[in-house]
Unconditional design. Structure first.
Lengths: 538, 314
């Protein structure tokens, strides 16, 4: 009797867990947003907000434990980095480049030496004037941490006047200047050295916001400064627009709890997983801002000698043509996603719209089977391994691919790794046959340079291919002076022909606010974080 | 007794030393490079090597181990987080009160409910109440606390709006997490109490007490329960130690910045100083808890007290 009762209770609990499972998904690292004009008209009917609030509470999964400026990207929430601190330059609204912020501008003749001139009236929230000495100090402090690899491209960074500096870099690779400028912020040396904890709890920056409340790992409140130094609106950088009076970032690590927080009114806005967000769709009390994440997935084939994909272009193409991106979007992303048409996001500055009309590994099982046969394999003969990170969206995507490949008789084993293990394995193609990865940068050529430039990986690409022509083509588009639509198209075409890798698809992130928040135009940084302090409100 | 306490405190040193060495070895031979995690997927091998040097990860393993042991045991420095550059001991001190509050709240509920329930079940063995209680205990032990946590949130926060769904700020924020965390411990305490009491209430001295006309209430609570407390105290001590480091799921769900979530994040990020420092800290805490448990035995049982004092029990 006891055993029967125990079994009955266990079954009841299992069924209730299955019913709860859909909404209790755990939070992942944010599938960040695209750069540029990426707001699409909402696919569902939520009304346009008509009023705004002075103070907004935004639920974020990132735990903000410190407010120090000299840390690796992603440790401090970008809202703080963009709102409280400032760099020499900052992104334009459409992410097409950088615009002056603390610096007035720069000149360069060779893309190696940059002369940068500062505004001579920049002050921080304590009233300290910012000079070239502070800029040099900030750069050297950041570089000394070793936490930002882009700064290793700087050969020298020195003061040339009270309000001017000269930077010499050792690379003319595309976007080197932009990447360096976005990698560090400028603070007053005097204020920083006077701080007992390096601004960890009480930051002093030049930005249009100050931190007015901070509970480590719980919440941080930014309030707009009335004494922001840039009073000339024509010179004011877009990212310093400070349309919002006050914002509180509230740490909510669990994905389903983000939805609960919005529902119960603990927060006014969230970015949440789709499974937790569906309840707010078509709800007139909430405004919906979907965004196709620029961190979409790409797939790499292994060029290592152990892998059957290494020397078999037909096999690689067969595998890619068996992948049904529509099914991935429908099953893994609940229908909220978009295909990729090249190795990288469609929101990249150098993406070419005509690629959307090309045959980009279009799903075709018959063609895939034929290519598999031509590659020398019969159904059932081939077993491959795919390396992924053990996170929900990754697992679902891999499972759909696994099912797709089984239809052509290829067995796919999915290797789940935690994120730490994954980053140790993913640059060694001996660890996989197929690699699921996500990466984004403002330009496709930057992504290709990072992953397919053999100079970065000891003579082969990151996935182990040695291809002189590929190297020639990547070098033909990765520098400032040769990055042209033609050179970009040439690389895209060759990579497609060789099928060393492919773009797959990208999920949409669900951003919801209460209707009364009144956000008219959200702004997202280049990896897709929704930045309220740079957004526009009614 | 003082000598016993001193002896136990001295024994803690080699125990914590062993824990520190074991944790260091395990973390350093676990795959996953913290430099790659910090720098991201676009970092070159040269960048990774530069960060290894900055973090001291380029030094030989034994040098790093000895440096770490020196810092922990001679300088009482648990290190600095690779990610946040914050002092590990500072972060642990910030988070400890929140985890302690959650742990104490959970355990208090568990003790106040579990022990009387177990006593009642033992006294009414095999009656309907006992059977129902044991079934509920089985459910409590089997139920995942994160599942119960979400159900409580849906009911009390979303539907009824009686309690907050998450966060910190006052005692009301700890009610739902404490209830979620207490359920399993209530169940195990109730079962342990019932089992211990059943052994004791059949003893001759209990029969003697009854035959002398002692009230049943006094028989149970003054004569039986104190003699059944030893295994119950052990269960409470173990539960305390486990909850101190194991509330990561509840801390994540309810947004409580505690030690569990801190360590879990650090393990994923291979933030060695945080993991090593956190485990050493928890080892010290657990050692103190076990000492308190052993002293509680002495408080409850005079025979054990005499043993600790070095006298033969009479």
């Amino acid at each position: 009797m006891k055993k029967f009762l125990a079994l009955l209770l266990a079954l009841a609990m299992m069924f209730s867990l299955a019913a709860c499972g859909k909404s209790a998904s755990s939070s992942e690292s944010p599938a960040p947003a695209a750069s540029g004009p990426m707001n699409e008209a909402p696919a569902v009917e939520n009304e346009t907000p008509t009023s705004s609030m002075d103070s907004i509470r935004y639920g974020v999964p990132l735990s903000v434990s410190t407010l120090q400026p000299f840390l690796a990207v992603g440790i401090v929430h970008p809202t703080i980095m963009y709102g409280v601190y400032e760099g020499l330059f900052s992104y334009k609204r459409d992410m097409s480049g950088m615009e002056p912020r603390i610096a007035k501008g720069y000149t360069t003749e060779d893309n190696l030496t940059y002369d940068i001139e500062l505004f001579d009236y920049v002050t921080d929230s304590q009233g300290n004037k910012i000079t070239a000495d502070d800029v040099v100090f900030s750069f050297e402090t950041m570089k000394a941490t070793g936490l930002v690899s882009d700064l290793n491209k700087v050969e020298s960074f020195e003061k040339t006047g009270d309000y001017s500096v000269r930077m010499v870099v050792n690379s003319t690779i595309l976007s080197t200047f932009d990447n360096i400028m976005r990698s560090f912020v400028v603070v007053s040396q005097k204020a920083y050295e006077a701080s007992s904890d390096g601004f960890a709890s009480a930051p002093v920056g030049t930005g249009p916001y100050v931190v007015t409340d901070f509970q480590p790992a719980v919440s941080v409140t930014l309030s707009r400064r009335d004494d922001y130094w840039q009073t000339d609106d024509s010179q004011r950088a877009f990212m310093a627009s400070a349309n919002l009076k006050e914002i509180t970032l509230v740490t909510i690590a669990e994905g389903s709890q983000l939805g609960v927080a919005l529902q119960t009114g603990s927060v006014d806005a969230v970015t949440i997983p789709q499974t937790a967000g569906e309840q707010f769709l078509n709800n007139p009390d909430y405004a919906f801002f979907p965004l196709t994440s620029p961190l979409g997935f790409q797939i790499y084939c292994s060029g290592d000698s152990h892998s059957p994909l290494a020397d078999n272009a037909k096999l690689r193409e067969a595998i890619f043509r068996a992948m049904d991106t529509d099914a991935i979007i429908a099953v893994a992303y609940g229908g909220y996603g978009e295909k990729q048409y090249t190795f990288g996001p469609a929101t990249a500055a150098d993406f070419q719209q005509e690629w959307k009309n090309e045959d980009y590994f279009n799903y075709d099982l018959d063609a895939a089977k034929k290519l598999l046969e031509e590659a020398g394999y019969k159904p059932g003969e081939l077993k491959l391994q795919m390396l992924i990170i053990n996170m929900e969206a990754w697992s679902k995507t891999a499972q759909v691919i696994q099912q797709n490949l089984s239809q052509i008789g290829v067995e796919l084993e999915i290797i789940n790794a935690d994120s730490a293990l994954y980053v140790s394995y993913f640059n060694d193609p001996a660890n996989y046959d197929l690699l699921l990865h996500n990466m984004t940068l403002p330009n496709l050529a930057n992504i290709w340079e990072r992953r397919y430039n053999a100079d970065n990986f000891g003579g082969k690409t990151s996935n182990g291919f040695e291809d002189a022509k590929l190297q020639e083509l990547v070098e033909a588009c990765m520098y400032e002076d040769n990055h042209t639509p033609e050179s970009v198209a040439a690389f895209h075409q060759y990579l497609k022909e060789q099928a060393y890798g492919r773009g797959l698809c990208a999920a949409q992130t669900f951003n919801f606010t209460k209707k009364e928040v009144g956000m008219v135009e959200p702004w997202y940084d280049y990896i897709g974080n929704l930045i309220f302090t740079c957004s526009t409100f009614a | 007794m003082a000598r016993y306490i001193l002896k136990r405190l001295l024994w803690m040193i080699p125990i914590v030393l062993g824990v520190a060495i074991l944790t260091f070895v395990l973390m350093n031979f676990t795959e996953g490079d913290p430099a790659y995690i910090i720098l991201g997927s676009s970092a070159s091998e040269a960048d990774v090597a530069a960060l290894h040097e900055a973090l001291g990860l380029d030094k030989p393993y034994l040098v790093r181990l000895l440096t770490y042991l020196r810092d922990v045991f001679l300088r009482f420095d648990l290190g600095t987080s690779y990610a946040t550059r914050l002092s590990v001991s500072g972060e642990l001190m910030y988070r400890l009160p929140k985890t302690l509050l959650l742990t104490i709240a959970s355990l208090s509920i568990a003790i106040l409910v579990g022990i009387p329930l177990g006593v009642t079940d033992a006294v009414n063995q095999n009656k309907l109440g006992d059977r129902v209680s044991m079934v509920l205990s089985l459910m409590g032990v089997s139920m995942p606390n994160f599942w119960l946590a979400m159900l409580l949130v849906i009911l009390f926060a979303v539907k009824l709006h009686w309690l907050p769904a998450m966060g910190t700020g006052g005692l009301k924020y700890y009610i739902l997490p404490a209830l979620s965390g207490a359920t399993g411990t209530i169940a195990s305490l109730a079962r342990q109490t019932r089992s211990s009491m059943l052994e004791v209430i059949r003893a001759d001295y209990i029969t003697t007490a009854r035959s002398k006309g002692v009230k049943e209430r006094d028989v149970i609570y003054k004569h039986a329960l104190p003699n059944a407390l030893i295994p119950i105290i052990t269960t409470i001590g173990s539960a305390f130690g486990i909850q101190l480091g194991g509330t990561i799921v509840l801390e994540t769900i309810f947004g409580i910045p505690g030690i569990g979530s801190y360590l879990a994040t650090a393990v994923t990020a291979r933030d060695y100083p945080v993991v090593q420092g956190g485990v050493v800290f928890l080892a010290i805490c657990f050692s103190f808890i076990m000492l308190i448990v052993d002293l509680a035995y002495a408080f409850v049982d005079p025979r054990i007290r005499a043993q600790y004092a070095g006298k033969k029990g009479k």
